[in-house]
Structures are given as structure tokens and as C-alpha cells.
Design a protein around this ligand. Structure first.
Ligand code: FES
Ligand code: FES
Length: 206
């Protein structure tokens, strides 16, 4: 059997055919590489480059420059100096870091600080009135002994304020359900429910 591809009168061997094809392709590639301009490269972005942020915290405007990966929790604690908001688990499981963002509760450990650009953040430090009078929820937690070590308390109070404002205080069961994202390892849950029941009427009055 002959190793020949028929091409009219002239026979072309399979080896010659392959050799010619490969050589042609390589030449074209080399020519292309030598004549081509270097591919434009995107400007290198330094991930730690500070990004400007303007946010209102407890009624006061702050201008910050943060690594884009900074959480709202770390921004509050380490860049603004508001350490009332607590870091428990740092991954969305305990509720200790709860703050209000435009009046709605969020877990600040799972919120990028840059997401708060131009928005309003309220922390536990922003609840009392300017004359030092405690928010009814803060006072109710004291009156009902709704904490022991106190580590979870800022998050509990912020969440409780939102729970009342959302209208989820129709029964003790409903309060427990809508406060279930806030863990208290001192197990002050019955007193927390009592405090919320007490504060909900006073919040309406205030
Ligand atoms: S610290 Fe944010 S949920 Fe635990
Ligand atoms: S009061 Fe200690 S964890 Fe809640």
C-alpha cells in the first residue's frame, strides 16, 4: 500500500504533506508573533489602595478611606472608634454586631463598609438622646435585668429596636422568633422578651 495522497497526475506523499503544513503554520505563527504589538495590559490595581467613603453615623458625617474589603463592623470599631458594636463570631451567626442601616437591622460583620456610601448607620452609641437620656429599649434592658456579661447586649438592643419598629412584637413567641438571630450565651432570653414588651409601649410614647 502506498503512502500517497492522489493529486491529479502528481502524487503527494503523506509525509511531505504533513511536513509542509506544519512548516507553513509555524512560519505564520512566528511572523505573527514578531510583527504583533505587545498586548495592552490593564493598569495594576492595588487591592489595599484606600477607597474614599462618606457615611453618616449616628447623625454625624464621616469621611473615611478604607481598603475595599473592610467590613462595616471593622470600620466602626477600628476606624471610627465606636467600639459599642461587638464582634462575636465575625461571620453572621451571633448577632452581636447588629446595627441599623437606614433604619433596618443589618449584621455589620457581613456588610462591606463601602456599601454604606451616602447612607445612615445607627449604632448603640447613637440611641441615647443628646442630653444623655437613654433610649426606652436601653432603659428597659436595665429595668428587666436583661443581660449578664453584656457582650451580646448592644446587638440585642439594636435588634430589639428594629423588632418593635417592624411591628413584630405581637406576642412573646413572635418576639422570640424575630429576635432569634441574636444569641445570648448567658441565656437572658426571658428577661429580654420582658424588656421588649415593656419598651414597645414606651417607644410609641417617645
Ligand atoms: S459578629 Fe456579626 S453575626 Fe456574629
Ligand atoms: S448577656 Fe452575656 S452573652 Fe448575652
Amino acid at each position: 500500500m502506498t503512502d500517497t495522497l492522489s493529486s491529479g497526475k502528481r502524487g503527494v506523499s503523506r509525509r511531505n504533506f504533513l511536513t509542509t503544513t506544519v512548516a507553513t503554520t509555524m512560519t505564520a505563527t512566528l511572523l505573527d508573533k514578531t510583527s504583533a504589538q505587545p498586548a495592552p495590559t490593564a493598569p495594576r490595581v492595588e487591592p489595599r489602595q484606600p477607597v474614599p467613603l462618606t457615611v453618616t453615623i449616628n447623625g454625624q458625617q464621616h469621611r473615611l478611606a478604607l481598603d475595599a474589603r473592610t467590613s462595616l463592623l471593622d470600620a466602626l470599631r477600628e476606624h471610627v472608634g465606636l467600639t459599642g458594636t461587638k464582634k462575636g463570631c465575625d461571620h453572621g451567626q451571633c448577632g452581636a454586631c447588629t446595627v441599623l442601616l437606614d433604619g433596618r437591622r443589618v449584621l455589620s460583620c457581613l456588610t462591606f463598609a463601602l456599601m454604606t456610601e451616602g447612607r445612615d448607620v445607627t449604632t448603640i452609641e447613637g440611641l441615647a438622646s443628646s442630653d444623655g437620656k437613654l433610649h426606652p429599649m436601653q432603659q428597659a434592658f436595665i429595668d428587666h435585668d436583661a443581660f449578664q456579661c453584656g457582650y451580646c447586649t448592644p446587638g440585642q438592643i439594636m435588634s430589639a429596636v428594629a423588632c418593635v419598629q417592624e411591628g413584630h412584637t405581637g406576642s412573646d413567641g413572635e418576639i422570640r422568633e424575630y429576635m432569634s438571630g441574636n444569641i445570648c450565651r448567658c441565656a437572658c432570653y426571658p428577661n429580654i422578651v420582658d424588656a421588649i414588651n415593656d419598651a414597645k409601649t414606651k417607644m410609641g410614647e417617645s
